[in-house]
Design a protein around this ligand. Structure first.
Ligand code: HEM
Length: 455
């Protein structure tokens, strides 16, 4: 059953949600969200379906059940805003698809959607396969320990840029994008949970590093746009769609909007996929038997020829490993919204202007939704078992009008890369590997240093 958000005049609900325990003066619950956010968010459901948190001076409403997170994502009463998006605005701008609302957002989704449609994805197949095999070849020559953060983000940026922006120029820029995003996504998380505004302008080394990375990313995007224009070419890709887009009056969209749009697509595309590839490689390292099974599946489905895009839909075990990785290690582990009307959620009053927060990580690991909830079990996604998963208990790409446009693109890319990589290698940790979660705007292993062992 879908739980809809309803206006208070339709109900008698006036109760305030309970306040979660553990707040301290000044920082409120912010310190818990800095120190151990995954554990903190994962236990909130024990206190209620909706609970209040204090982040610095702000009150934030945390939504904890699958049904209510689905209701928030699907309801027009909650828009993209709140602490996550405010902290992201310095990066994503206000005019890109990830941060815009209302008519601007609907128009922008119409512009970008064709590039991500199911029937557009096969055209990207050869690039995805080429990049997956290039990775395997790189590692054959690497001779030693692989820095998996670098490798994962590099391939994620290359696939997104080559498929969607037909860039052949991406290597030096891919390195810059990766370095900039690493700094930015770590710094932005802190700005979100401890919103101390002007203090982040103080010229401390960490703030300077953050601002340098931000400026560089904006320069990079201007370079990409300028290069395309200078080339005089208009290939059938997302960048052309953005450059040719028209506004509601049929006029070309402004330079700022083009800039914000490129950032709003390249940034989530690189960061989420890069983080997920890291988590997948961690999983293959810690559960070598999964790699063996993937290799068996590739052998039986594909035989001795290279894996091609058309094979992906038949690689069901491999896809289930990807899905289970997205369940336990969702790159987008925290989301926020803002109420634009007085509403009611789970019997509690949510006032207009309230910020809401919820965590796909907490929802997807909840023992109430999953048996042996912490176990890595790809077979839970077999059709006969997955039907028991409660609605909205597995939404790593979200639902509703802000759902990730790239869900099919990403699943195809991740399944293909996983099949090719696991077929070629097993993995072991090098001594300086640190697989503990790194909390930023996205979730990923902290520092993954692996040895690739040819099979
Ligand atoms: C939005 C997850 C890959 C572009 C989202 C949202 C989630 C998500 C959860 C919704 C945010 C919200 O509800 O507030 C993921 C995951 C990915 C992935 C887990 C891969 C593992 C990508 C890629 C691209 C991309 C590869 C682009 C190349 C976007 C954009 C939005 C978005 C533009 C904003 C959509 C809107 O607001 O209308 N993503 N994403 N994502 N994602 Fe992804």
């Amino acid at each position: 059953m879908t739980v809809e958000s309803v206006r208070p005049e339709d109900t008698a609900a006036t109760a305030e949600p309970p306040v979660a325990g553990g707040a301290v003066p000044l920082l409120g619950h912010g310190w818990r969200l800095v120190r151990d956010p995954l554990a903190f968010l994962s236990q909130l459901r024990d206190h209620g379906d909706v609970v209040r948190l204090k982040l610095g001076p702000k009150t934030v409403y945390a939504v904890t059940t699958p049904a209510l997170t689905g209701a928030v994502a699907l309801s027009p009463d909650y828009i993209i805003a709140g602490p996550l998006w405010e902290s992201l605005e310095s990066l994503l701008g206000k005019e890109g698809v990830a941060t815009a609302n209302g008519t601007l957002h609907r128009r922008q989704r119409r512009t970008i959607q064709p590039a991500f449609r199911l029937d557009a994805i096969p055209a990207y197949g050869p690039i995805m396969a080429e990049e997956a095999y290039a990775l395997v070849e790189r590692w054959r020559d690497a001779d030693g320990v692989l820095d998996i953060t670098y490798e994962s983000f590099r391939v994620a940026v290359r696939v997104a840029a080559r498929c969607l922006m037909r860039g052949s120029y991406m290597d030096a820029r891919a390195d810059r994008i990766c370095a900039d995003l690493t700094t930015l996504f770590a710094g932005m998380y802190q700005r979100m949970v401890v919103p101390l505004g002007p203090l982040y302008k103080v010229p401390l080394p960490s703030n300077r590093k953050f601002n340098r990375a931000l400026a560089d990313l904006h320069v990079l995007v201007d370079e990409i746009v300028a290069d395309r224009r200078a080339s005089g070419q208009k290939p059938d890709d997302l960048l052309t769609a953005l450059l040719e887009a028209k506004d509601e009056n049929g006029d070309p969209i402004g330079e700022q909007e083009i800039h914000d749009q490129v950032i709003a697509i390249l940034t989530p595309g690189a960061e989420t996929v890069g983080s997920t590839i890291m988590s997948l490689l961690l999983v293959l390292t810690e559960h070598p038997e999964l790699g063996d099974k993937i290799r068996d599946e590739v052998k039986s489905v594909v035989g001795d020829r290279p894996v091609a895009f058309d094979d992906v839909r038949k690689l069901t075990y491999t896809a289930n490993v990807v899905t289970e990785t997205l369940r336990l290690y969702p790159a987008v582990w925290i989301l926020t919204r803002r109420a634009v009307a007085d509403t009611e959620l789970g019997g509690y009053r949510i006032p207009k202007g309230a910020d809401l927060i919820y965590s796909p990580f907490a929802v997807q690991r909840d023992r109430r939704s999953y048996e042996r909830n912490e176990d890595f079990d790809p077979d839970r996604w077999l059709p006969e078992r997955s039907k028991d998963v409660p609605k909205y208990a597995m939404s790593p790409f979200s639902v509703g009008n802000r759902k990730c446009p790239s869900d099919h693109f990403s699943m195809a890319e991740l399944t293909l890369i996983t099949a090719v990589v696991a077929h070629a290698y097993g993995f072991e940790h090098a001594s300086d590997s640190d697989p503990r979660p790194r909390i930023g705007i996205t979730l990923r292993p902290r520092r993954l240093m692996l040895r690739a062992l040819p099979r």
